[in-house]
Design a protein around this ligand. Sequence first.
Ligand code: ADP
Ligand code: MG
Length: 418
Amino acid sequence: MNRSQSTAAAALGMGPLLTLRRIILPQSMRAVIPGLANDTIGMLKLTSIASVIFVNELTFRSQQVVGQNFKFFTVFGAAAVIYLVLTSGISLLQVWLESIFDHERDRKVTLSWFGLRPSTRNVKPLDAPIDSPVAAKEPEANDHAWIGTLLPAESRTPRHRDEPFVACRNVWKSYGKREILRGVDLSIGHGEVVVILGPSGSGKSTLLKLINHLEPLDWGTIKVDSQYVGYREVPGGGGTVRPLHNLARARAEARVGMVFQHFNLFSHLSALDNIVEAQRQVYDVPRAEAQALGRELLKSVGLAAHADFLPHRLSGGQQQRVAIARALAIKPKLMLFDEPTSALDPELVGEVLGVMRGLADAGMTMVVVTHEVRFARDVADRVVFMDGGEVIEQGTPQQVIDNPTHERTQKFLNVVAN
Ligand code: ADP
Ligand code: MG
C-alpha cells in the first residue's frame, strides 16, 4: 500500500481512521480477494477441514453407494454435480466481492441468466477513446478567471491585512541527529507566488510539510493566515505552543492545498471521485454539490472528458492536473507545490505549469518548490534560494536568478541551467 496516498489524504484533512476506511482498506481488499477465493477452493479440494464435502470423501461415499445399488453413472454424476455447485458457489461469491471492491469499473461483471457478462451500467461504449490518454484531448483552459469564482470570499481575504499570510519564524527541524531546517525565517504575502529553489536535500519538502503540519516542527512557529496549524498557544506560556490532539481537523480548517511530485492520486478512485472524496468525507459537502464542483474543476484543468478515468489510465500530466483540481476542491487559501513537474516527461511539463500559471494569475497564494527556472522567472513574485536547511538569499526573480549574490546560489543555478 502506497504511503504517499496516505500523505495526500492527510493533506486533505482526512484523519487516520478515515484514511484507513476509505483509501487503504478498499485497495487491500481488492488485492486480497482473488487469493482468498482460490485458497478456499483449494482447501475444498485438498483438505478435510471443510469436512462436509471434499473430493476424496465424495468419491469414497459414492463408491460405497455404487457398491450397494450398482448405479454407477447416476451416483458419480450426482457427486460431480455436488462438487461443481460448491466450487461455483465460491467462485460466484468471489466475483461478487471483487465487483464490490473493483477499481476498474469498466471491467465490472454482473451475473445474468446467461452467465457472466460485462456490466453495462458503468461501461463506456466500446468505441469510446478509453485506452489512449491523448485520444480525448481537450483544448487547454486558457481562461483562468474561474478560480476567483470557485473560491469563497473568506479565502480571498486575509484575516489580518497587516500580517504576512504565511509566517515562518526561526523554524528548526531534525530527523534523528540530522538538522534538516536550521532557523528558517520566511514571510509570504497574501496572493504572493513564492518559488523555492535549492539543491536536493536542502530541506525544501520538509519546510512545505511543516507549513501544513504534515510533520511537527522542533522549534519556532509557523502561522498561516494568522493562525497556527495544529498548534495552540499555552495560556500564560509566553508564546509557547502545544500540538493539538485532532490534527486532521486542524489541517482541514487551515485549508492548505498540497500537490506532490508523484501526484499521489487515490488509485482506486476515478478522477472525479478523487476530487469528491475529501469534500464529502471531510467537509460534508452534499454529493451533488461536490460532484458539480468536481466537474467544474476538471473542466478548468482541461479534463472534463476524463471524469470517470482511473488514475492509471491518465498520463502523468493529466494525473497532476487532477491532483491540482483535488487540492482546489477543498477551497484552499494557500497552495503548496512540491516539485509538481519533476516526475513528468518533458513534453507534459507545460500543461501542468499552464494550470499553475492560471492559478497564480487568479490571485492564489502559492509556494512552489521547483527546478523550472523559467517558470520562476515568469510567474514568481519572489524567489527563495535554500541550501543546507537555511534560506541563503531571496528577492525578485531578477535579483536571485539573474544576479545572485551568494556563491552557492550561483553554483546551483549553473547546474540547473545546464
Ligand atoms: P529537499 O526537498 O530539499 O530535497 P527534503 O526536505 O526532502 O529535501 O529532505 C532533507 C533531508 O531530510 C534529506 O536528506 C532527507 O533524507 C531527510 N529526510 C526527509 N524526510 C525524512 C524523514 N521522514 N525521516 C528521516 N529523514 C528525512
Ligand atoms: Mg523535495
